[in-house]
Design a protein around this ligand. Structure first.
Ligand code: ADP
Ligand code: 5GP
Length: 203
């Protein structure tokens, strides 16, 4: 594998999707890993674009078949990253972007180590997160409460990430995200370095 992986985490409603779309022209070609989930689609979400929406049974089949690079239970639903498309994109030397939770970040970091760059995205305060979840008006009140509660724990993992982006002003956050994406591309994994050294010595 030669490409690079950029892992983005942050509470639901932090602005991860908004930042990725706002920066998509500036960061050049990349592959966004479309996760699989057992959560029901929100209004406007499209199967195969936002997520692969599957049943619990289908998800558990995929776990058994070893199809996931990582998976976790978040807000009482399964979410997972399929291994095959990621492997293909890395073989094509692409920057692969994951939007996964803090458990997923830990699993991917443990498996793939230093080819990963990670960034935690958060609104400036918990109160602002709540306001944004409400303004998105895609979730019911009990779901919003659950996401806000979850965010109180998620924020404690911020120190595990290479970068943190405070999404206050969207333009500023998108510029910072573009810098992070470009540094992810420039980062060399130990595997790359070892083959570079071998070739350098005999070249
Ligand atoms: P995530 O992908 O992290 O769950 P979204 O990108 O869906 O979050 O953003 C959640 C809501 O907050 C959306 O309604 C979005 O338009 C809004 N939003 C995102 N960034 C900002 C910002 N900087 N200021 C105000 N609202 C924002
Ligand atoms: P949402 O339901 O708001 O789309 O996502 C809820 C949470 O699940 C977010 O924190 C998001 O980053 C996380 N998530 C989305 N896809 C994956 C995945 O494939 N694996 C893991 N571990 N978390 C995911």
């Amino acid at each position: 594998m030669r490409g690079a992986i950029l892992v983005l985490s942050g509470p639901s409603g932090a602005g991860k999707s908004t930042i990725i779309s706002a920066s998509s022209e500036a960061i050049g070609s990349y592959y966004f890993s479309i996760s699989t989930t057992t959560r029901k689609p929100r209004e406007g979400e499209v199967d195969g674009v936002d997520y692969h929406f599957v049943s619990k049974e289908q998800f558990e089949e995929d776990i058994k078949s070893g199809n996931f690079l990582e998976y976790a239970t978040v807000h009482n639903n399964y979410y997972g990253t399929s291994l095959l498309p990621v492997r293909n994109a890395l073989d094509e030397n692409k920057l692969v972007i994951f939007d996964i939770d803090i458990q997923g970040h830990r699993l991917v970091r443990a498996k793939l180590g230093d080819i990963i760059t990670s960034a935690f995205i958060t609104p400036p305060t918990l109160r602002e997160l709540e306001t944004r979840l409400r303004s998105r008006s895609s979730d019911k009140e009990d779901i919003i409460t659950q996401r806000v509660e979850n965010a109180k724990d998620e924020i404690k993992a911020i120190g595990e990430y290479d970068f943190m982006i405070i999404n206050d002003d969207i333009e500023k956050a998108s510029k910072e995200f573009t810098l992070v994406a470009n540094s992810a591309r420039l980062k060399h994994s130990q595997i790359d370095l070892n083959s570079f050294i071998d070739e350098w010595l005999v070249g």
